[in-house]
Design a binder for this molecule. Structure first.
Ligand code: FES
Length: 710
């Protein structure tokens, strides 16, 4: 039986979990307890989940986050989002080929009363912003309810195996996202006045200022005094030929499969987009033993942190700047990707096309705030705050800070005496949100004696754990601003390697000339599985940009506790290039070789609306005919009318307007109506779907409640 699970990971604990059987198209398969249907299918080698009703095109996942509705399958006869539905023992899963038939209704269904719950603050989203806000609300004694559509708290933090940037004091810098999620959850759970509803999707804000939620399949009305929207972000889509083939999906979806569900969904992947999300996804793929064939970025430079880009380049991943993706190719799923260099007008330059064999293409071209709840709440006069990516796309460290601030602001507006919000919190939040600065020339020390760190950090980003952990005070940042570049200020280094271990960018090495000045020992951070490196191995070392410096011998591999699951690899090297070494290559260059000839996809299937399979050509024709209202486009083509409610195509349609030279001020956007998430109609009537009828009371207060039933 195919096994695409991760059995060994350098950072994540791979626990034994109970397994049980389910079927896919009548074929017996095994699933882990607590995994989604999508992950269970991927773990069994299934990547095509159905075929579209319009043109029978194969369908797979895109967001793995409940946003796009691409992953629908039939489970025991009912259509479900496979990325959001936990697999149950014995469930019969079938592909959704065409449209699902309505289920048989035998007689009048049993109905239960719809519960109404009154809370002081409803927090939508249990990620970094929502949890941080809830902690402040908990401290202030505010009756708070957090709803989250996942089966565990943490939001995107549970996907982040890397160490965080920022400062240790303010936002857990140097700690891995997965561990921050655990810490925040433990803190939230201490407050009796903060209730948590998992597996609960917020559906909409209504004109009576109530919020409808679907809790474990039951419709519940929540009546908050104040709403906090901490719903995070959704990934942007991209139009190119073959863009909906199974195997083309978001980088966040990939991280969900790999880091949350420990599934290896691909053997060879290509990444489109050089922001932090794409760069980090590439690193996570390598950690999971997946080959990363390359990354392309349309801009002349990656927009993500340079340390993330350098890390990938050093590990052996080619980065193609000023390149765009032309097409994904394959009959039923991705078999290759073709990219080309672009000119200053963003047009592909003929003759620069390159194709790579791969089975997966990650789209990492940016994020959009999930802010529809904010707009609806404002429209209907429900007091509302937003935090984290729902307010402004930034790093998770910034989200935690804005969450804290919003928590206090809400407590204050509810009349709690929480004092003044410290001014420095606002300053820190802005610092953490800041874009990376310009890249400067790397400052490599001149000296060749003693022991000292080399800081391969040449871009101003908000980060300072290296100065916090240096007990000798040898590393400083001039001034108060943590965005400054760290410097080694001579003498005093004892070679403890704490700075090497804590640097989230893996951008510090330690060079030790004390034993043999001609052959110093260089300490390099290494976050791959133990079996991939041993004392005595010969490894290829590279400089910051990924230029090969030589092959050298490993003299020691250590895992000190302070390195938090990272290895400190010591290599003995020639003096000439010791100070330039920044990393060890893990992926052989042959992996990233392009195909001999580039692959041109003939089908003109640049899809804008995935749900209704509307092409770019159809929408362009309408724009060229003078249409300036997206509602008209929707009426004429059905673009935006599908199951996802226009969440994935709206941006692409706006982009087409821009490409056609139409300023967006002249374009009327789609009218957003409740609901924002698909719900079976029976849920609003309280249809009981098999479980016992629970005792209900019409209005219940969160303070009287326990998790599992207010
Ligand atoms: S992949 Fe499941 S909703 Fe997007």
């Amino acid at each position: 039986m195919a096994d695409y699970r991760i059995h060994e990971h350098p950072i994540l604990l791979v626990e034994e979990r109970p397994m049980f059987g389910f079927t896919w198209q009548g074929q017996a398969m095994e699933a882990h307890e607590g995994e989604t249907i999508a992950s269970a299918l991927f773990a069994n080698g299934v990547r095509i989940f159905g075929h579209h009703h319009k043109d029978s095109s194969p369908q797979g996942i895109f967001c793995a986050n409940g946003q796009c509705s691409q992953c629908l399958v039939m489970a025991d006869g009912l259509p479900v989002k496979s990325c959001m539905t936990l697999v149950q023992p014995g469930v019969r899963v079938e592909p959704l080929d065409g449209k699902p038939a309505l289920p048989d209704v035998k007689g009048v269904p049993q109905l239960r009363p719809i519960e109404t719950v009154e809370v002081e603050c409803l927090v939508i989203g249990g990620g970094p912003a929502g949890l941080s806000a809830a902690i402040e609300l908990g401290k202030a004694g505010v009756r708070t309810l957090i709803v989250d559509d996942k089966h565990r708290l943490g939001g995107k933090l549970v996907l982040q195996t890397h160490k965080f940037f920022g400062s240790i004091d303010a936002c857990y810098a140097g700690t891995r996202g997965i561990d921050i999620a655990t810490q925040l959850e433990q803190e939230v759970r201490q407050f009796e006045n903060v209730q948590v509803w998992l597996n609960t999707a917020a559906l909409s804000v209504f004109s009576d200022r109530k919020v409808g939620v679907l809790r474990e399949g039951h419709y519940v009305v929540v009546q908050p005094h104040i709403l906090l929207v901490a719903t995070g972000a959704r990934e942007k889509s991209l139009a190119f030929k073959g863009n909906t083939l199974p195997g083309v999906y978001g980088a966040g979806a990939f991280q969900t499969l790999v880091n949350r569900d420990l599934v290896r969904p691909t053997e060879r992947l290509f990444i489109v987009g050089g922001g932090n999300v794409g760069l980090i996804a590439g690193y996570h793929a390598l950690q999971a033993g997946i080959q990363v064939v390359g990354l392309c970025e349309a801009l002349p430079e990656c927009s993500g942190y340079k340390v993330h880009k350098d890390k990938l380049a050093r590990l052996g991943v080619p980065i193609y700047l000023s390149h765009t993706v032309l097409n994904a190719d394959g009959e039923q799923e991705v078999e290759s990707v073709t990219i080309a260099q672009i000119d200053e007008n963003w047009r592909p330059i003929p003759g620069t096309e390159k194709s790579f064999k791969c089975d997966t293409i990650l789209v990492a071209v940016g994020l959009d705030p999930v802010d529809e709840f904010v707009h609806k709440a404002r429209e209907f006069g429900l007091p509302v705050f937003a935090a984290g990516d729902a307010e402004e796309i930034a790093e998770a460290s910034a989200a935690m800070f804005t969450g804290r601030i919003r928590g206090l602001e809400i407590a204050r507006s509810l009349g709690r005496d929480v004092g003044e919000i410290p001014q420095e919190w606002h300053v820190t939040a802005e610092v953490l949100k800041s874009r990376p600065g310009a890249v400067v020339t790397e400052d490599i020390p001149e000296m060749e004696e003693g022991v000292f760190p080399v800081l391969h950090c040449s871009q101003e980003i908000p980060c300072n754990p290296c100065i916090s952990v240096c007990r000798q005070g040898c590393i400083i940042i001039e001034g108060e601003d943590i965005r400054g570049l760290p410097e080694y200020v001579g003498e005093g280094c004892t070679g403890c390697a704490q700075c090497v271990a804590v640097c989230p960018g893996l951008a510090i090495t330690l060079v030790d000339y004390r034993k043999d000045p001609e052959h110093p020992v260089v300490t390099i951070p290494y976050e791959f599985s133990a079996g991939t490196i041993h004392k005595g191995d010969v490894v290829t070392v590279l400089d910051t940009e990924g230029t090969v410096l030589g092959d050298v011998k490993v003299v020691q591999v250590q895992t000190p506790k302070f390195a938090d699951r990272a290895f400190l690899v010591r290599v003995r090297v020639p003096r000439e290039y010791a100070r330039r070494i920044a990393g060890v290559r893990v992926q052989e260059p042959a992996v990233a070789e392009p195909l001999e000839r580039y692959v041109e996809r003939m089908a003109g299937d640049e899809i804008i609306c995935r749900c209704e399979r509307v092409t770019a050509g159809e929408i362009r024709a309408l724009i060229r005919s003078g249409v300036r209202d997206m509602n008209q486009i929707k009426a004429a083509t059905r673009a935006g009318m599908g199951a996802c409610g226009g969440k994935t195509c709206a941006n692409l349609i706006k982009r087409l307007f821009r490409e056609e030279g139409i300023p967006l001020e002249q374009v009327a956007e789609n009218t957003r109506r409740p609901l924002f998430i698909e719900v079976p109609l029976g849920a609003f009537a309280g249809v009981v779907t098999g479980e016992a009828l629970a005792e209900e009371s019409p209005v219940v207060h969160a303070t009287d409640a326990h998790e599992g039933g207010l």
